[in-house]
Design a protein around this ligand. Structure first.
Ligand code: PMP
Length: 394
């Protein structure tokens, strides 16, 4: 048993190391303009990339969904919580990602646990990119399989690891778009390596879904077959403005998960009304491709301006545009200074990112106007200028 004094000491240390996390309290719906602790701010840190999280059509879908299907599913899927909207959503998600079937979960964290733990265990091996999302890394450890991590996108090192002969199953796991860096895995290389070394490939396309791919089907969806990427996970709480997640794959794989995935079987199904919201979002995705075009226009504009001004942007072509500030103090200082000017950008620090790579995780949405992006750029440039002045004054 840890003593209360132990807990207090650990908390004090968190504060001292500038690692204390405090959730900002929103007093409004999600969106580009939000109310935060009595102040109106422009939001540059949500994953609501297409501006759908407070879309009136999705809100209406929730209301109508609740009237028709109730507010709670009342049970796990296998008992009596599986309602028609869940079923329809699974079919639509399979279509969107070019798979035979899909299975929905209450969150991406759970979907990732299921995608790993259902297929590997003791005596098996899991190969992970070091910067994979925490849920994937946790899943690997919890599975009991041996975890082998390779440096971020270092596929040569990965191949070295894969070459070592092993018994048991091998699962190769990667984010599609890396959540704190915004860069992308080279899926083709991963597919080639997985085929060559008899490993199964799992890609988490949480940040690609809805944004990347021809119809918003993600980085993997229509581009890679289920033979190449047998396990594909995605979340519904980001670009789709809803909540929940899914695994997509061949019918047999999904049937197996339905029978054996503990994260599916032993938890209450998400409310069917939430599935109605996602179904509505999928229609918007199809009917309004201009949302995807707009987010990419915003990304291109922001990057051009920021790079021309010498801001330390990381290499990313996705809506996640991190600014590398290295120290925790600096990242916190910039985040606080921006907030004072009505701009919300979170400082991301270890252990979420490696030590010495604290950053501002700027995210762009189709909903941001040119003027709002200019306002952010101006504030960032002023911070950069004030720092270099500070240095030259000694
Ligand atoms: N995978 C990645 C890459 C993510 O960024 C996240 C969310 N932070 C998740 C999985 C978890 O998804 P959810 O929020 O639906 O639990």
């Amino acid at each position: 048993m840890p003593s209360l004094a132990d807990l207090k000491q650990a908390l004090d240390l968190r504060r001292e190391e500038q690692l204390w996390r405090k959730a900002p309290l929103l007093e409004s719906a999600q969106g580009v303009l939000i109310q935060l602790e009595g102040q109106e701010v422009i939001n540059f840190c949500s994953n609501d990339y297409l501006g759908l999280a407070a879309d009136p059509r999705l809100e209406e879908a929730l209301i109508q969904g609740a009237r028709r299907w109730g507010t709670g599913s009342g049970a796990s899927h296998q008992v009596c919580g599986h309602q028609s909207p869940h079923q329809q959503l699974e079919e639509e998600l399979a279509k969107l990602t070019g798979r035979q079937a899909a299975l929905t979960f209450s969150s991406g964290y759970l979907a990732n646990l299921a995608a790993v733990q259902t297929f590997v265990g003791r005596g098996d091996q899991v190969f992970q990119d070091r910067l994979n999302h925490a849920s994937l890394l946790d899943a690997g450890l919890a599975s009991g399989a041996a975890s082998r991590r390779f440096q971020h996108r270092d596929y040569q090192q990965l191949e070295g690891l894969l070459k070592a002969p092993t018994k048991g199953r091998r699962l190769l796991v990667s984010d599609g778009v890396f959540s704190m860096d915004g860069d992308q895995a080279d899926i083709q290389q991963l597919v080639t390596l997985a085929e060559k070394h008899q490993a199964w490939l799992l890609i988490d396309d949480a940040h690609g879904l809805g944004v990347l791919g021809e119809a918003g089907g993600g980085l993997v969806g229509q581009q890679f077959s289920s033979e190449q990427v047998p396990l594909l996970t995605g979340t519904l709480g980001k670009a789709l403005g809803s909540a929940g997640a899914f695994i997509a794959g061949d019918q047999l794989v999904i049937d197996y998960l339905r029978q054996f995935a503990r994260q599916y079987i032993y938890t209450t199904a998400q409310p069917a009304a939430q599935a109605c919201v996602t179904l509505r979002a999928l229609r918007v995705l199809q009917e309004e491709p201009e949302r995807r075009r707009q987010v990419f226009n915003n990304i291109a504009y922001f990057r051009d301006q920021a790079l021309a001004a010498g801001l330390p942007l990381m290499a990313s072509t996705t809506p996640i545009q991190p600014l590398l500030l290295e120290t925790n103090e600096r990242a916190l200082h910039w985040s606080q200074a921006l907030k004072a000017q009505g701009l919300l950008v979170m400082a991301i620090r270890p252990p979420t990112v490696p030590k010495g790579s604290a950053r501002l995780r700027i995210t762009l949405s189709a909903g941001h106007s040119r003027q709002q992006i200019d306002q952010l750029l101006e504030a960032l440039l002023a911070l950069q200028a004030s720092e270099s002045q500070g240095v030259s004054l000694g």
